[in-house]
Design a protein around this ligand. Sequence first.
Ligand code: GDP
Ligand code: IMO
Ligand code: MG
Length: 437
Amino acid sequence: MNDTNSLVVVGAQWGDEGKGKVIDYLAAEADVVARFQGGDNAGHTVVYGANIFKLHHIPSGILYPGCISLLGSGMVINPLVLLDELSELEKRGISTTNLRISTKAHLIMVYHQVYDRVNEELLGENKIGTTGRGIGPAYADKALRRGLRAIDLVDIKVFRERLAQVLPLQNHLLKWAYGHEGYDLDQLLEMYRPAVEKLGPMVVDTSRLLSENLAEGKKVLFEGAQGALLDIDHGTYPYVTSSSTVAAAAGSGSGLGPQCASRVLGVIKAYTTRVGEGPFPTEEKGEAGALLRDQGGEYGTTTGRPRRCGWFDAVIARYAARINGLTGLAITKLDVLSGLETVNLAVAYECCSSKTKEFPASMATLQQCKPVYEVFPGWHEDISRARTLGELPEAARQYLEAMEETIGVPIEMISVGPDRTQTIVKPATYLAGWCGD
Ligand code: GDP
Ligand code: IMO
Ligand code: MG
């Protein structure tokens, strides 16, 4: 392995930072793109020309015919949703023959979606605001050692056997705790037969495949889903997802050691958004938030829910930089801020009459935190055609410099629109080297 052949890309806020766009751009140079956690709760958008792709399980590298796409062992996969995702891509002329699924990835089953829905209903106003995809219950079953894995999809007899082992317990829970009639083994088997037939042959030892590719000096991108603040350990618990979303999970979620990638790119929006419940210190509930939502098209890729919007929060970004070991930043959606008189950037929080730059662990404390803003002059120019830093207005460059300084990590990429081409890579950076400049 050398310094240029492996890179982890992670979200550094509450998800939807534009990881799909950034990964698609970098995947042009990659041999392998691997997801390592999460499931179809992810919604990664890739845009080129009139083409818009919304990917849920499948890595953004699938759009390049020469690139291998891997679903790693740290993922939870809904076989039925993955079948739809594959056929949607195939209908649009995208080859899916390079997709490989880890033997060890866990399966999201129909009953996990029932648990997810009922759990949320029972939590009432304390709900998490999940995507309803069954993510939490699938990871819970993995930890409880009663999950099904992708390797069980390789043979219908094995799948039947494994299902027969876990279904009595699941049916007991469904009937007695969740008010659901439960599932019949043979009906479930028929429901999943197409998945066994189509996905079974894609199931391989992805750990070995990745390690062989790395040893050959191939370029590998690890595609994170969700974001730092949704991490099960380090996020805004309990308002988080159920997987480890930080860069360290790239190794464990792909069957490799922690040195599997030499660099970690954090994707950060030029402002902040969040879907689902939980505290959000820089949230703007009024006009400013509505403006960001409208200009940024901030509606969930997976659920269509309007995203909560607010100003950039450097307290979060610094925290994300630490827990991920970020070596570079990709700032997205800078174009969305064009036209504002002033732009706010939170540099600290005011809480219980003291000022802090640290991100608190207690949600009750975070709820009390008021952002301390530095206010920057806005710019009015349309920046969506800028392809170099020099083409950005002075005020936009000042704002970027302030971000870089408060976060303490170099900006390597700036995105000024959803399209592949609307991207600025800073010269003489690691990413410039990745892209061959
Ligand atoms: P992800 O989950 O991190 O991949 O992000 P999503 O795809 O859920 O949401 C990001 C949205 O912003 C998508 O609709 C992208 O097409 C869009 N997008 C990405 N980068 C930019 C950008 O620089 N400017 C604008 N205007 N839109 C962007
Ligand atoms: P990408 O990869 C934004 C949020 C949900 C909810 C919480 C738990 O597109 O950035 P879950 O269904 O995972 O149990 O929901 O996590 N969430 C996301 N928010 N982007 C995502 O993925 C998300 N995946 C989950 O809204 O608050
Ligand atoms: Mg998304």
